[in-house]
Design a protein around this ligand. Sequence first.
Ligand code: 430
Length: 183
Amino acid sequence: MDKYDVISTIGKGSFGLVKLIKRRSDGRTLVWKEMNYSRMSAREKQQLVSEVNILRELNHPNIVRYYDRIVDRKEATVYIIMEYCSGGDVGRMIKKKKKSKEYITEEVIWKIFAQVVSALVECHSHKGGKVLHRDIKPANIFIDSQKNIKLGDFGLSRLMNEDSEFAQTHVGTPYYMSPEQIQ
Ligand code: 430
């Protein structure tokens, strides 16, 4: 924990807080997702462990980079340290554009689409089992300072390998569910 300085809070959710932090060793700006696991069920804890394990293996320019995790047993809190995407998420970008009655250009839409597809190719060809994201939506697509697109939030993702059954549970956000999930 003393390797980082907390700068501010950037977001809140049912999971906990997301904070902007600075790594002391090199001054690099990153974020951490703070999650208290004291009231989580065994299943939710397992999901959290699996999210971290999936994230740390995915190393791709269009996937939010995982750096480290800290477990504070006394506070029953895990901190997942990730890349900072200063452009925020595409969900917010759409809302802002709508409010100011601006269009997103077709060029930008294609750029976002192509980079999300690159991220998916990486997930689906992951050695050691395909990673299914299962919740792709504008709010889970982030933009970095150089306008690169990064797929994030693998909280609902599943690893599929020879010994896993096909995931049959219904998760995700209904608007963005794939036809095979709807089926
Ligand atoms: C739950 C949280 O998840 C996030 C947030 C990420 N993030 C990285 N840089 C950011 C800059 C601004 C806002 C969010 C940023 S990456 C990430 C993830 N799980 O991969 C999240 C998700 C969607 C929208 C907002 C948030 C947040 F506000 F809580 F951070």
